[in-house]
Write a protein that binds this ligand. Structure first.
Ligand SMILES: C[S@@+](CC[C@H](N)C(=O)[O-])C[C@H]1O[C@@H](n2cnc3c(N)ncnc32)[C@H](O)[C@@H]1O
Length: 228
């Protein structure tokens, strides 16, 4: 809820040329490729948004499919693709019900997206990833541990050029955080599913074996999995 406004307000996930988006690719890209050692193979960029990580991997020689359930994101990704003469195949689709054959991908990357999913939804996503990934493939998931971050996220914290965090509330079961963003002329709320590293790992254990993990910055993790 509120994601339309969120993605409109912040360029971090929508404007590939912005310093915020470039910063994410520059930080995470080199860490991802440490675990994608062949520089070739088929990659699914799951919940790809406007495709910045898809292009990064294509430029290194990977054959990339980007999937997102938001048609506006995919339209924007296709516009970027056209500008760069990219061959990435961008498709609208649901991460919980992937339109791909079993054992189709060498790698699935899933970046900055788990807060969109409830526990039962993320379970479906993991199940689908396990189905579409090759037995010797790797699943690379990158996320921010909201359980760690939220107590350190202060109201009045300035985000980007003009917004600040006005209010943070969590539901009684502490599964959903509602963050109210405000600027001089705008305000909106976004509901994030609260995922901590422990929860992600417990769920992933049903389908994958952990191969590696890296802490990236204060509260974010890259975890590399093999299908069971
Ligand atoms: C914060 S963005 C991250 C996009 C991209 N991975 C990146 O790092 O730039 C999260 C993305 O998840 C997508 N998303 C949310 N629910 C989804 C679903 N059920 N299936 C596919 N994509 C989904 C949203 O549309 C959004 O583009």
């Amino acid at each position: 809820m509120g994601f339309k406004e969120y993605y409109r307000a912040f360029p971090t996930y929508t404007k590939i040329e912005s310093k915020e988006y470039k910063g994410r690719v520059e930080t995470l890209g080199p860490i991802l490729i440490k675990y994608m050692n062949k520089n070739r193979g088929k990659v699914l960029d799951l919940a790809c948004g406007v495709g910045g990580f898809s292009f990064f991997l294509e430029d290194l020689g990977f054959d990339v499919v980007g999937l997102d359930n938001n048609p506006e994101m995919i339209e924007a990704a296709k516009r970027y693709a056209e500008k760069r003469s990219s061959k990435v195949n961008f498709v609208v689709g649901d991460a919980k019900n992937l339109p791909f054959e079993n054992n189709s991908f060498d790698y699935v990357i899933f970046i900055d997206s788990i807060f969109h999913f409830t526990p039962s939804e993320l379970n479906q996503v993991f199940k689908e990833v396990k189905r579409v990934i090759k037995p010797e493939g790797r699943f690379l998931i990158y996320f921010t541990d909201l359980r760690e971050l939220l107590p350190n996220l202060k109201e009045r914290l300035v985000i980007g050029e003009k917004y600040w965090v006005n209010r943070i509330t969590t539901d009684t079961s502490e599964r959903i955080a509602t963050i109210e963003f405000k600027s001089e002329d705008d305000e909106f709320r976004v509901e994030f599913n609260i995922w901590g590293k422990t929860g992600v790992e417990l769920l992933a254990k049903l389908y994958f074996t952990k191969e590696a993990e890296e802490k990236v910055g204060g509260y974010s993790y890259l975890i590399v999995y093999n299908p069971k």
